[in-house]
Design a protein. Structure first.
Length: 339
């Protein structure tokens, strides 16, 4: 998916106060649908911090613990209408969406969104994802590091003092936001970005290790603990399995005369690989292996990057407390490719 508004090099640099950041979010909310992280104060859920549409009474959390669902949910939605029909004819939709702003993205989630651009753009472009993606501005924020120039963002805020932030402009749209709210920003210069050091590892080596380990007892061991619930997929910003179904009008339940919907699915679910005559992965140990294989073998082969950005949601919210990194470490120690 080609996003023409994003620059290949860094743009202007500004400073803004912490109050200015919050004031910017309120101003943007007067024109756009703004979605950002807030503290719901709900102790009954996995995480009190959630991405939601910002209402006037909400306070955006500029730095927050992990949210359970990633903001990629606004582009690849949990449930979405693919098309509507009446009888045998497809009918159009007059749904005109307000431009949206995803405010307060972590660098993990920003990275995931950029990877999904490629996943949903190749080899066949997903029109639903593209429509949602093209309709949104991305504003990221961090305390310590900055996104690399190739990551598509409109504005990025990095904390630079107790009550101030440095601001990098990453697109023409980002510059328009700054220009329209110029009283909040002050130009600056001679500031270098701080990039988080990345661990060097070979995708091909890891792929070889996982391929060699297909029949390893580790998958049976994990199956003894795993519930097969699919939470690791639903909370992952890089998982994108879905199922489609046709729905006809049911009075008081459905909103459409007839529609085709798609909704999130998980390769961990027992019936995910089932067809009328066979289930290709009826054993949980095979579904677990497939999860690792797809993220660390297939995706690097198809797209040049793994299906993991390191956000740790799957570790944090797994009810069985399975840590995929421990599994990878075990396999690399057992089947490691010699340098």
């Amino acid at each position: 998916m080609k996003l023409t508004n994003f620059r290949s090099q860094e743009g202007m640099i500004y400073t803004i106060s912490e109050d200015g950041v919050r004031h910017l979010a309120r101003r943007l909310g007067e024109k756009y649908d703004v979605y950002g992280p807030v503290n719901t104060h709900d102790d009954a859920v996995f995480s009190k911090f959630q991405f939601k549409k910002i209402e006037p009474s909400d306070k955006i959390e500029l730095h927050y613990p992990l949210t359970n669902l990633p903001p990629t949910k606004y582009f690849f939605r949990a449930r979405e209408t693919v098309l509507e029909f009446k009888g045998s004819k497809e009918t159009g939709s007059d749904d005109k969406k307000t431009k949206s702003v995803i405010f307060g993205l972590s660098l993990f989630d920003l990275k995931a969104m950029n990877k999904l651009d490629k996943v949903f753009g190749e080899p066949i472009q997903d029109e639903l994802f593209k429509k949602n993606r093209d309709n949104a501005y991305l504003i990221s924020i961090s305390e310590d590091y900055d996104p690399k120039p190739e990551l598509g963002y409109d504005l990025h805020f990095r904390k630079s003092g107790e009550n101030s932030y440095l601001v990098w402009v990453g697109s023409k749209n980002g510059q328009k936001i700054v220009d329209a709210n110029s009283s909040l920003f002050t130009k600056t210069k001679n500031v270098k970005k701080k990039y988080k050091p990345s661990k060097k590892h070979s995708h091909s080596d890891r792929a070889k290790i996982i391929a060699r380990a297909k029949n390893d007892p580790i998958w049976d061991k994990l199956a003894e603990t795993c519930f097969g619930c699919g939470i690791c997929s639903y909370v992952c910003p890089m998982c994108y399995c879905f199922e489609t179904q046709d729905v006809v009008k049911v009075e008081g339940i459905t909103k459409c005369e007839g529609c085709r919907e798609r909704h999130w699915d998980s390769c961990m679910n027992a019936d995910f690989a089932a067809i009328s005559s066979h289930d290709f992965r009826d054993k949980l140990r095979d579904r677990i292996y497939n999860w690792y294989h797809h993220k660390f073998v297939r995706m690097p082969e198809e797209y040049g990057f793994s299906g993991c950005v390191g956000c740790k949601r799957c570790i944090t919210y797994c009810p069985a407390k399975i840590n995929f990194r421990e599994t990878l470490d075990f396999l690399e120690a057992k089947y490691g490719v010699k340098k």
